[in-house]
Design a protein around this ligand. Structure first.
Ligand code: MN3
Length: 194
């Protein structure tokens, strides 16, 4: 059974003006779709043909199979980390865990922004569960916490294709907008509770 491109959790234009329909059409419709297509080409006729996406990501050696599988998983997770009318602050147990690990919600946001802006080249910045607490980690290229036994709670895609059409080289403005206007804290809370 082939790996499928999951539908977006909102309409193509739902994140505008922060992330335009044009960015979504390339990022989801071209980049994400291409990772799915490439992955299916790589597993077709192999003993991985019926494997789950998570099994492929966690078992693949470094290389094309891992890169395409991880990028499929990372992007699906990323789309869910945003929602129209997002932003604001977390609440409940998640808020308490963030305050415990980072001092305050604002400190978390500052560190997440600094790490996202400072992630050199193409990659991802994540909030993950680590031991009894939470941590911010950066990954390069297609790499993903899933491959390192860490539970992802939140991510931002900082590859240029995620923001170049809307923000050009102004990655800090994209990261600010992600945190202030798009971040889906409800999804983060579900992951935290799961
Ligand atoms: Mn991307």
């Amino acid at each position: 059974m082939a790996i499928e491109l999951p539908p977006l959790p909102y309409a193509d234009d739902a994140l505008a003006p922060h992330i335009s329909e044009r960015t979504i059409s390339f990022h989801y419709g071209k980049h994400h779709a291409a990772y799915v297509k490439n992955l299916n080409g790589l597993i077709e006729g192999t003993d991985q043909a019926d494997a789950s996406l998570v099994d492929i990501v966690t078992s693949a050696a470094p290389g094309g199979l891992f890169n395409n599988a991880a990028q499929v998983w990372n992007h699906t997770f990323y789309w869910n980390c945003m929602t129209p009318g997002g932003g604001g602050d977390p609440s409940g147990d998640l808020a308490a865990a963030i305050e415990s690990s980072f001092g305050s919600i604002d400190s978390f946001k500052e560190q997440f922004k600094a790490d996202s802006v400072g992630n050199f080249g193409s990659g991802w910045t994540w909030l993950v569960r680590e031991g009894d607490g939470l941590a911010i980690v950066k990954t390069d290229d297609a790499d993903t916490p899933l491959a390192h036994g860490q539970q992802a709670l939140l991510t931002i895609d900082v590859w240029e294709h995620a923001y170049y059409l809307d923000y050009q080289n102004a990655r800090p403005a994209y990261v600010d907008t992600f945190i202030e206007s798009l971040l889906n804290w409800e999804f983060v809370a579900q992951n935290f509770a799961g």
